[in-house]
Structure formats: structure tokens, C-alpha cells
Design a protein around this ligand. Structure first.
Ligand SMILES: [Zn+2]
Length: 212
């Protein structure tokens, strides 16, 4: 089965999950997973501020615990914040208790650092089963996966990240990148610049949902 066919089936099986924004509007949501990172996240924030755009950060609770000031900085700059569990635990076939605790622990530390509780949840590795989906939804989360994964952590240069990300720019795309990829801040500037030239606007998940 091709990746695309698998994704289509998964989207039908999990209709409450957000996979993509409005396909008519030229809007793209950049999302950054696994942060905050003490060095790279502030660099990403600088690029976003300079470009005047909002993005979304799916934070890992354990990293928020280590770098609460960076999490607070993301919130202060009005980017959307999502919960990515506390330990980045794989959530398939896990007990109710463990799933709940992973989400709750992430939520508590994010809320403490940023002053508000996260509205979005993304399971680690983008993988979850019915049980995890039900628990996250029951806790009030909008579960978000993605429509494009450029594998930025595998690319060794900013140029390669840009080349891998540009084909992911399409109407309503939700793109996953990673705070900890060292070459990402340099690449991000170019991705935004070229994306804007191609007529896309970059929005946070909150902004994307509002435009549905
Ligand atoms: Zn992750």
C-alpha cells in the first residue's frame, strides 16, 4: 500500500483528527515538534518574528520542564502551543492510565510555563489508536497530525531542508518540522520567503481552524 493510500484510509478512520486545513485557501501551517530547545527554538522565534508570521509548537513536557523560559517566550509571541506528551511516549496499545498520565503531565508543565492550557495535541510519531484518540479528545484536545513531513532532521544542510520542504507547500498544508534540527533556522527564512513569493500565507493552527 502506498503512503498516500494509507494516509487516505487513516483520514477516513479518524475524521475528528486535523490532517489538513481548507484546500481552497493558500494557507500553510508550519508546526515544530519536540521542543523547546534552548538554542534553536529562540532562533526559530527570531525568524518567525522577522517574517511577521505565526506558527505552532508541539512541546514535549520534559523539555518544557528543563527550559520553561523558552516555552514562555513562544507563548509571549502568540504562537499556537500544542501538547506532545511528557516523555514522547509511543501511545499505541498502551494502558488508559499511561496515556492519560503522559498527556496530563505534559499539559500541567506547559500550562505552568505558558500561563494557558494547550488546545492542540499531537501524538508522538503521529501514531495513536482509538483508545488514545478517545482519551485526548475527552480531555478537550483537538488532535492534529499533519499533511506533510519533510524529514528535516535527516537533511544535513539548510539547502537540503529547503529543497525537501518546498514541495510540501500546498493549500491547507500542515507541515511538521523539528525545533532541534540545527540547520532549520537558516532554512526557515528561505522557506518563508519562497512560500510568500508563491502566494502562500503562513498561519498558526488557530488561524487555520478559523479560516476553515
Ligand atoms: Zn515528536
Amino acid at each position: 500500500m502506498t503512503k498516500m493510500a494509507f494516509s487516505r484510509i487513516a483520514q477516513r478512520l479518524f475524521p475528528s483528527v486535523l490532517w489538513r486545513g481548507n484546500p481552497i485557501l493558500p494557507r500553510v501551517a508550519l508546526t515544530f515538534d519536540d521542543g523547546p530547545d534552548p538554542v534553536n527554538t529562540p532562533r526559530l522565534l527570531d525568524v518567525l518574528a522577522k517574517s511577521g508570521i505565526k506558527a505552532s509548537f508541539f512541546l514535549q513536557g520534559k523539555n518544557v520542564e528543563h527550559y520553561p523560559e523558552v516555552a514562555a517566550q513562544i507563548a509571549a509571541q502568540a504562537h499556537a502551543i500544542g501538547n506532545h506528551t511528557y516523555n514522547h511516549t509511543h501511545l499505541i496499545l498502551k494502558s488508559r492510565r499511561l496515556i492519560y498520565q503522559e498527556i496530563k503531565n505534559g499539559e500541567q508543565v506547559i500550562t505552568k510555563s505558558t500561563g494557558s492550557s494547550p488546545r492542540f495535541f499531537r501524538p508522538p510519531y503521529g501514531q495513536m489508536d482509538w483508545r488514545a484518540l478517545k482519551i485526548a479528545s475527552g480531555m478537550g484536545y483537538q488532535v492534529v497530525i499533519w499533511s506533510a513531513l519533510p524529514w528535516d532532521w535527516k537533511a544535513k544542510t539548510p539547502k537540503k531542508i529547503v529543497a525537501a520542504t518546498l514541495p510540501c507547500l500546498f493549500n491547507g498544508a500542515i507541515i511538521v518540522l523539528h525545533d532541534r534540527t540545527p540547520e532549520l533556522p537558516a532554512a526557515l527564512e528561505l522557506i518563508i520567503e519562497i512560500g510568500k513569493q508563491r502566494g502562500f500565507s503562513f498561519v498558526s493552527l488557530e488561524q487555520m481552524i478559523c479560516s476553515q
